[in-house]
Design a binder for this molecule. Structure first.
Ligand code: NDP
Length: 490
């Protein structure tokens, strides 16, 4: 194996190169440089990882819940110890700013701690069947071998939303990060090994979704697939898992409306609209990419948002002066540029952005400026399709009913925001919006203790909160007759 290649597959407790020796370069999107070269798994490696997880399941699922909770807490401690280094790796790999990477690590620490606590206090449910001789209990058991597939925009965070509850529940697993951003997951698996997670419990596979991801999903020995990524990939994963009747949890894309009423607090509304869509250059599933604003304030709000957007400093995420980084790859920038061209051809009015930056200091990276389209409507694909880039579209409403109708007029249903000074209206609109999360006078925030997931084509599962643990558990009913006698039927 050539020097400098990371043996980035972790199977049955050992770091390995790919069986066929394949490798992949990992690129820094801020300047196009090669950050690392990692092993690239093939189907044989994927099968070996699933077998290792299967072999480890009987003993790991039988460990005391306190031991599993302790393991989660130890990993959280180690993440805090190595916070700066892992944040640097995440920034090199994704392009996001160092501050964002550090916040991601703090978030994943809170997720490990939350599931450590929750697993430890879960108890069986006793059912009163009306006969004192019968003890009827519903107990929770780990579902088994899980395949965990994550996207590139929040590599560490998205994989931990899966690994932490799966570990706490007593499952064994194979994790597959995006081929574009494998590095923080490699660092995490090293820490899990150091924390004492036994061989075979947490396996790591690198490689393309189409080849190795698909091989992991199409494996009869897998009990559950938890996937975060695009809607069409999610649909193909559900189809591939169907013959095996594996449980499939899907966290998919969004096209998230941000409703602003004329009575909203002005300064916080401008701030939230700009941050909600341009953070991480819009590469956020819950990005507030559709501004839906009351007609009477629309011109002023668009002008204020454009003025703020033009001041955003984008640059290398390692530079403390940068407020946002590049897009993740050339291919992704091509996709975003194609959507901008489409928006123009559809008749949306380009208010700012829409062209690559001319600053020579940014030329080697995959940067794209904040872009705002006014005068958009529901007939435009720029309004209905997920662009996953720094693109804001603006629609206008004149009544509460119309605002709700526009907010719900999407095949997705991941997240929405409503901004108003009227608390009764805020409650009405929040209840009427068909989205998995609704923020009132806030945007983009979450907590490990509350469920996250989508309505409609945004998915069918829930991560975080108690439901995020239940995803990795089977319910078993145990009926015990303490005074057995004859039934007397025959
Ligand atoms: P993709 O759907 O392209 O990929 C997601 C993951 O699936 C990657 O690891 C990818 O591997 C893998 N994959 C691709 N094809 C297959 C397959 N046939 N079988 C198994 N695995 C496969 O999404 P992106 O990585 O482009 O991520 C962006 C998407 O993720 C957006 O739609 C975004 O909205 C969504 N997302 C949703 C979130 C939510 O909470 N609902 C959160 C974050 C993102 P590889 O990349 O190596 O090819």
């Amino acid at each position: 194996m050539s020097d400098g290649v990371q043996p980035a597959l972790f199977i049955d407790g050992t770091w390995r190169h790919a069986a066929d020796g394949a490798t992949r370069e990992v690129i820094n999107p801020a300047d196009g440089s090669v950050v690392a070269v990692v092993a690239e798994a093939g189907p044989a490696d994927a099968a070996a990882a699933v077998s290792a997880a299967r072999a480890a399941f009987p003993s790991w699922s039988a460990t005391a819940v306190a031991e599993r909770a302790e393991m989660c807490n130890r990993i959280a401690d180690l993440l805090l110890r190595d916070r700066d280094e892992i944040a640097r790796i995440e920034t090199l790999d994704t392009g996001k700013t160092l501050r964002e990477s550090q916040i991601d690590i703090d978030d994943v620490v809170s997720v490990f701690r939350f599931y450590a606590r929750l697993a430890a206090v879960q108890s069986d449910r006793l059912v009163d069947v009306g006969n004192p001789a019968i003890v009827s209990r519903v107990v929770r058991e780990p579902i088994g071998v899980c395949v965990l597939i994550a996207p590139w925009n929040y590599p560490l965070l998205q994989i931990v939303w899966k690994i932490a509850p799966a570990l706490a529940a007593g499952c064994t697993m194979v994790a597959k990060p995006s081929e574009v951003t494998p590095l923080s997951t490699i660092a995490l698996v090293r820490l899990a090994h150091e924390a004492g997670v036994p061989a075979g419990v947490l396996n790591l596979i690198q490689g393309s979704g189409a080849a190795v991801g698909a091989a992991l999903v199409d494996n009869a020995d897998v009990d559950m697939v938890s996937f975060t990524g695009g809607a069409s990939t999610g649909a193909s994963i559900a189809a591939a898992a169907a013959p095996h009747v594996s449980r499939v949890a899907l966290e998919l894309g969004g096209k998230n409306p941000h409703l602003v009423f004329a009575d909203a607090d002005w300064d916080s509304a401008v701030d939230a609209v700009v941050t909600g869509v341009f953070l991480h250059s819009g590469q956020v599933c819950s990005s507030g990419t559709r501004l839906i604003v009351e007609e009477s304030i629309a011109d002023d709000l668009v002008a204020a948002v454009v003025a703020r957007a033009e001041k955003i400093r984008f640059g290398n995420g390692l530079d403390p002066a940068s407020q946002t980084g590049p897009l993740v790859s050339t291919a992704h920038r091509d996709k975003v540029e194609a959507y901008v061209a489409l928006g123009i051809s559809e008749g949306a009015v380009l208010m700012t952005g829409g062209q690559r930056p001319t600053d020579p200091a940014l030329a080697a990276g995959y940067f794209y400026p904040p872009t705002v389209f006014d005068r958009c409507d529901r007939g435009m694909r720029i309004v209905t399709e997920e662009t996953f880039g720094p693109i804001l579209t603006v629609e206008r409403f004149t009544s509460e009913e119309q605002a709700i109708e526009l907010g719900n007029d999407t095949t997705y249903g991941l997240a929405a925001g409503v901004r108003t000074g009227d608390t009764a209206r805020a409650e009405r609109v929040a209840r009427a919006l068909r989205h998995g999360t609704v923020w009132v006078n806030d945007f983009g925030v979450y907590t490990a203790a509350a469920e996250w997931g989508g309505f409609g084509r945004s998915g069918n599962g829930r991560e975080l909160g108690p439901t995020g643990l239940a995803e990795y558990q089977e319910l078993k009913h145990i009926w015990t007759n303490t005074a057995p006698g004859e039934v007397g039927w025959f």
